[in-house]
Design a protein around this ligand. Structure first.
Ligand code: DAH
Length: 355
């Protein structure tokens, strides 16, 4: 009888292992453990045994019954959880590779400059990308009919029609102002906003996106980044401007940059200057990135025009100041030796993954 039981156990466990679906499992369960099943039939025979055998065979058959039951349960669980049982996971397989993000080269440039200027006592400010004509031009000494407006081809926003559509009660004066909204063509509008808000003395930088209606090429894009700088105080001079910019460029680039300073015209400074940086891509050999000149116009700067100080509510007889606008995108081109400005906003992963 013992043999019979052991034989039955072996056979049952082997068959259970091969079962793939619940229906087949149920049939097998009935075959062994059901009321008319094989094990039950053996157990019935126990009644005819003597007391000692009854005990021995009784406990053995109970053990076997439990063991078979356990095996049924285990396979049932596996089938029900569709094979996600732990014992089916190959822990030696390598895990999925997680793609890592990258800091965009422009964001990195802005972070570095924010850091450098903060250490020199400049506040870092943020300004609106949709700007009024007043701050973008008029308050910077560029009146509506002035030819200097042609220097920056502008995206005007049809704000009047939108305002008309959205607000019925809008007076004529508001209508006039409402029309005068532009995508800011430079970060300079923040000069007057900062002066009006903080007064003098003042030290601030303003990184941000600017927009122009450009025909794009290797050095021009419709959307690019600038960093505006402004320092106002008593006896501020061009020497301070030159010292600050040279220090920042030196710390930003690990290599020493060759810089050329020449006169430049911007209506909001007097005198106005341009800082050009020797092209790091062709090292002066002339390439499309430097428009075949060996130099890149990188920074516009100068002493803040007295009219602009007045727009900012600052007394030009008491205070003077310098301002500069750095072409951040061009600076990033020079730092990383990138020969086409359009790559920055292209979203091209092959380009971005290099940083
Ligand atoms: N806003 C000028 C531009 O985008 C750059 C500039 C020139 C900024 C002279 C300044 C400045 O602050 O003083 O072309």
């Amino acid at each position: 009888m013992v043999n019979k039981l052991e034989q039955l156990k072996k056979e049952a466990i082997k068959k259970i292992k091969d079962i793939k679906d619940l229906d087949a499992l149920q049939i097998l369960e009935k075959k062994y453990l059901g009321r008319k099943g094989e094990l039950t039939a053996i157990l019935r025979g126990i009644a005819n045994l003597n007391i000692d055998d009854k005990k021995k065979i009784g406990s053995l058959s109970n053990e076997i019954k439990n063991e078979i039951k356990e095996n049924f349960l285990k396979i049932k669980n596996i089938i029900e959880s569709k094979g996600t049982d732990d014992s089916f996971i190959d822990v030696s397989l390598p895990g999925p590779i997680m793609a890592r993000g990258h800091i965009h080269p422009l964001s990195k440039m802005i972070d570095d400059l924010d850091d450098l200027f903060s250490k020199m006592g400049f506040m870092v400010l943020d300004g609106p990308e949709l700007e009024s004509d007043y701050y973008n031009f008029s308050a910077l000494n560029i009146p509506a009919d002035h030819p200097a407006r042609d220097m920056q081809d502008t995206f005007y926003i049809d704000y009047k029609n939108q305002a008309n559509r959205q607000t019925k009660k809008i007076n004529t004066e508001q209508k006039k102002d409402a029309f005068d909204m532009v995508m800011r063509t430079h970060t300079s509008p923040m000069q007057v906003r900062a002066m009006q808000k903080y007064g003098a003395p003042l030290r601030c930088v303003v990184p941000g996106r600017v927009f122009r209606n450009e025909a794009t090429d290797a050095t021009h894009d419709t959307t690019f980044d600038q960093l505006e700088g402004l320092m106002i105080g008593e006896n501020i001079s061009l020497a301070n401007l030159s010292a600050v910019l040279k220090e920042v460029l030196k710390r930003l680039f690990d290599e020493e940059l060759e810089v050329r300073i020449r006169p430049g015209y911007f209506p909001f400074v007097e005198p106005g200057l341009e800082f050009d940086v020797a092209c790091t891509i062709c090292k002066g050999a002339k390439c499309p990135a430097c428009k075949h000149t060996g130099w890149l116009e990188m920074i516009g700067a100068g002493m803040v025009h007295p009219e602009v100080l007045k727009y900012g509510g600052i007394d030009p007889d008491k205070y003077s100041g310098f301002a500069f606008g750095i072409g951040l995108t061009r600076l990033a081109m020079m730092k990383h030796k990138i020969d086409d400005i359009r790559l920055f906003n292209s979203g091209d992963m092959k380009f971005l993954e290099q940083f």
